[in-house]
Design a protein around this ligand. Structure first.
Ligand SMILES: C[S@@+](CC[C@H](N)C(=O)[O-])C[C@H]1O[C@@H](n2cnc3c(N)ncnc32)[C@H](O)[C@@H]1O
Length: 249
């Protein structure tokens, strides 16, 4: 998969290219990242990348012409790539990113991510160049880079071979529509609390059932909206009812 990023700060992306799972995936070539800096597309001697908003007001916007040139380059590649590239602008005004968005984006061959800075970008650039606006949530950060990195990291987790065990992504929260069950590691007693006995039993059927119950329970307690959204099977509903009964007594 080719992910091209339009950013004034390509160096920031070392955070995902140099470390951990994402760093390994990039080094193995499972995902190839390209960076397109609007500054490289400026024509004035100061290499200006910001501009004043029409109508006045505080703050600056990204300068339009170098931004559009960088987006075109990210879309078509340095060699005039003809394949479709989806262009996403990271924006607090976008739809909140979901796990399904990540799965959909991870299945693309080419993706371009546009990182805003300052007060953002000219609305006509959004209308003419951007296929979709996606947001990390209802808060404002100073630039799209952290949001783009979060997206790329999540996308990498769905590339075959990126995780040590390909089943891990399926186990993660949201993949089944539920939160991941609570997990425990050594020692057996932490802060006076024992590990749930079933996990030491070696009975894998019982462990699987316990994990499903805890996963349903954690989702019901922490994210009841997910329970409302996903229609539970009769079996799942029965297990959740058991959890609720035990929780309430
Ligand atoms: C300071 S913000 C601009 C906010 C803009 N003036 C507004 O209120 O909608 C600068 C850039 O950070 C990025 N950004 C800020 N918050 C974000 C969020 N919640 N999700 C994704 N990107 C975000 C966007 O790329 C945006 O262009």
């Amino acid at each position: 998969m080719q992910v091209n990023v339009v950013t004034l700060f390509p160096e920031m992306f070392a955070a995902i290219t140099e470390w951990g799972i994402s760093g390994r995936a990039v080094k193995q070539g499972l995902v190839s990242l390209g960076f397109y800096n609007p500054r490289d597309y400026t024509k004035d001697k100061h290499r200006t990348v910001d501009d004043k908003p029409f109508g006045g007001g505080p703050g600056m916007l990204m300068k339009t012409e170098p931004l559009i040139s960088a987006i075109h380059a990210a879309k078509h590649g340095l060699h005039g790539h003809q394949q479709d590239t989806k262009v996403v602008y990271l924006s607090p005004q976008g739809r909140h990113v979901t796990n399904q968005d990540i799965i959909d984006l991870a299945s693309l061959e080419r993706l371009a991510l546009v990182c805003g800075r300052y007060q953002g970008i000219d609305n006509r650039v959004i209308e003419s160049e951007i296929d979709e606006e996606l947001s990390l949530g209802d808060f404002v950060i100073s630039g799209g880079e952290l949001a783009a990195m979060a997206l790329i990291d999540a996308i990498i987790r769905f590339q075959p071979g990126a995780l040590g065990d390909d089943g891990s992504a399926q186990q993660d929260s949201f993949s089944s529509g539920l939160l991941h069950c609570p997990e425990y590691t050594r020692p057996q007693v932490v802060a006076g609390k024992e590990v749930p006995k079933v996990l030491l039993s070696g009975d894998h059927r019982a462990i699987d059932r316990w994990r499903l119950k805890q996963s349903l329970g954690a989702t019901w307690l922490k994210r009841p909206d997910l329970i409302d959204r996903n229609k539970l099977s009769n079996d799942q509903q029965e297990i959740l009812d058991q959890f609720i009964n035990e929780y309430q007594t």
